[in-house]
Design a protein around this ligand. Sequence first.
Ligand code: PLP
Length: 413
Amino acid sequence: MKKRPKIQNSKFKTQHSNLGFASITSQDNFNEQVKITPHASPIFTSSTYVYESAEKAQQVFRGEEEAFIYSRWSHPNAELVENKLEQLETFGLNIEAKALVFSSGMSALAALYQSVLKPGDKILAQGNIYGTAVDYFNQYQEAFQIDVIFADFKNLKELESILKAEKKVKLIYAETPSNPTLNCYDLKALSALGKKYKVKVAVDNTFASPYLQQPFKFGVDFIIHSSTKYLNGHGTGLSGFLIGRDVAFMKKEVWKIRKLNGSICAPFDAWLLNIGMKTLSLRMEQHCANALAVAKFLQSHPAVSKVNYLGLKEHADHALAKRQMKNFGGVLSFELKNGYKAGEKLMKKIKFCKLTASLGTIDTLIQHPASMSHSFVPKEQREEYGITDGLVRLSVGIEDVKDVIADLAQALK
Ligand SMILES: Cc1ncc(COP(=O)(O)O)c(C=O)c1O
């Protein structure tokens, strides 16, 4: 007769004690002799961490020993993704950087603002950065006494004259590629201006992800990510990163702000972000290939007057994007010949593409800014930044591209 396989017992031996019933149920007494080595990272939802001795606790609180203390300060799920981003943003560059993960892209931006600037300072910001970043700089101008100067970052001469005249500018804030006409800005030139006038340069790298663009290569000081987008990639959870070349500054000043504001990414969201980051390179390759195919389809469509995609030779910034980026990304926008009405009609007819305002997910997302995200912005104001009545934005996913094209074809009829 065959021998029955031995049934595995629990790794955790039942520990008998004199504790009461409720005390037993309240304890998490792992057997410390058993080393736990999971293949995939668990979620560390514990708000605090315990120390093996009073001496160790003292050393940790005195800063002589590194250990987790309290999850508002840091936790293993945060450090796992921070370490990954540090490696990705410095990949092949032989430089050091420190990343901190936040509860959203906006809280990463708030930490940059609070750590770099003080009352009386000024920000020189690109006019067409993410709308809520514009709102943030405007809203806090008075309360923090930090003025913002918006400028066209294509016009480097104008930027230099502003920097010459405005000695209080302490931060240059850029976003490339930018929303919604997919402009590309010259990071090398912006960094050179920053160095010349001793001004820190920060760039929002959300649209590209570190797979397509490494801003540190061109000399910038800080990179921001809304990792809610491509880094997570699945539209699950919110998170953001601030990563800086000045490791000591990141560890002291930015760390302090995250700890005091309580703006660290929660363990569950950091855990989801980590799962997303595992497939970043594969996803970005597919996003780029699909976006190019969709851009070419739209270019030849009679209802479309213009396609904004950096991968098209016709885009004014194609050459710069080719120098600065590995590939051209997954987001594009296009203009409908029949303006607002055509945009509204397209949104009503679309089936496969998801009607929503975000970007960077594995499925294709579509939106008509004039009737959706920017409907509350006066027409003249939105048109200044290329948001015309007939503009449609598409974040192309990684599906079979024929299905995306077929959906657009039927909706554009
Ligand atoms: C380019 C860019 N930067 C920053 C943000 C803000 O990120 P979050 O929504 O994660 O706060 C967004 C959000 O859409 C964005 O698109």
